[in-house]
Design a protein around this ligand. Structure first.
Ligand code: SF4
Length: 314
């Protein structure tokens, strides 16, 4: 039985999607042995942006020679660490070189705009733990990591970096009013009222390349290697979201509802399967191989997975 519940946005949304998936991922810490090149690309770009905005926080907007070495070293370190964590990787256009290109294009795209807006960075990668009212006597913490708080044109914005290869119009429509952004704005307002943050920016970094149909590419695939890719490109977009006090109060209510369901699952020692979620928008659920085994979930053979404990504050 749990003695306290620490819940971040990923755990919350995974439980909403499927309690059994929450169990595999966040209770048993099971992850696929094959790494996601999209997640690695995102975390490496994220690491570069973190370092860049730390430099802006320390010194104001730097000249390109001042930041590039420090940022690129941080990105390389993140790439190597992420790569070592998994046995195998999907091969596609999400290479370290393309990640560095995206980072440099991002800086070039926003540098002048931010300079004109009188950029002032207030906080970078804040790891927060926010106590919420307990659930049946069990302490409840909302935890997470806020990418960036900054002032532009004298107004404070909370910002989250999102890497994507999906069309930005579709993506921004899908993400608008997300529980994550409402929760992060709420956490910032409670923990740092002095910032006077009243809105949220999603900072989209789009990257994409097309699979080549060239003879070389087909020959490489036929030989068991990955395809070749062409036409790598980037686009960038910042989308504002404004969340009222009423919306944030409703977010707290729903967050606690989910927490209460999780506590109930732990009390009953049962995490039911949500069959509607086995076929998701990005393909089959990664845990299908466990759920299809004809045995109780405690007896499932998990040897085709590896263990990695999730903590957004790491
Ligand atoms: S395969 Fe289906 S039931 Fe199993 S964890 Fe995934 S979504 Fe849930």
């Amino acid at each position: 039985m749990i003695t306290q519940l620490e819940l971040d946005n990923s755990k919350r949304s995974t439980f909403q999607e499927c309690p059994r998936k929450f169990y595999w991922n966040y209770d048993q810490h099971l992850v696929s042995k094959r790494g996601s090149s999209a997640l690695r690309f995102g975390s490496v770009l994220h690491r570069g942006l973190e370092e860049y905005y730390k430099i802006v926080l320390e010194n104001g907007l730097p000249a390109i020679d001042d930041y590039s070495k420090r940022c690129l070293l941080a990105m390389k370190d993140e790439w190597d660490t992420a790569t070592d964590e998994r046995e195998d990787w999907w091969l596609d256009w999400r290479t370290f070189e393309n990640c560095v290109t995206t980072f440099l294009n991002y800086v070039q795209y926003w540098e002048e705009v931010d300079k004109d807006a009188g950029i002032e960075v207030l906080q970078v990668e804040d790891k927060f733990t926010l106590a919420l009212p307990p659930i049946s006597g069990i302490p409840l913490n909302f935890i997470g990591r806020i990418d960036l708080v900054l002032r532009l044109h004298g107004t404070t914005h909370v910002m989250d970096h999102k890497t994507t290869s999906m069309n930005l119009n579709i993506m921004s429509n899908r993400v608008g009013r997300s529980a994550q952004t409402i929760g992060y704005l709420y956490a910032t307002q409670v923990q740092h009222p002095e910032f006077e943050a009243h809105d949220f920016f999603i900072n989209y970094c789009y990257s994409h390349a097309n699979k080549s149909r060239s003879r070389d590419s087909l020959a490489q695939q036929a030989a068991g290697g990955g395809a070749l890719f062409t036409g790598f490109k980037n686009e960038f977009l910042r989308m504002p979201e404004i969340h009222t006090e009423r919306i944030m109060a409703e977010w707290v209510y729903m967050f606690r509802q989910t927490a209460a369901h999780i506590v109930e699952c732990y009390k009953k020692d049962f995490f039911p399967m949500n069959f509607d979620s086995c076929e998701g928008k990005y393909g089959k659920c990664t845990y299908l191989g466990l759920c299809e085994q004809q045995c109780g979930f405690r007896e499932a053979n998990t040897e085709s997975y590896t263990k990695s404990e999730w903590d957004p504050r790491r």
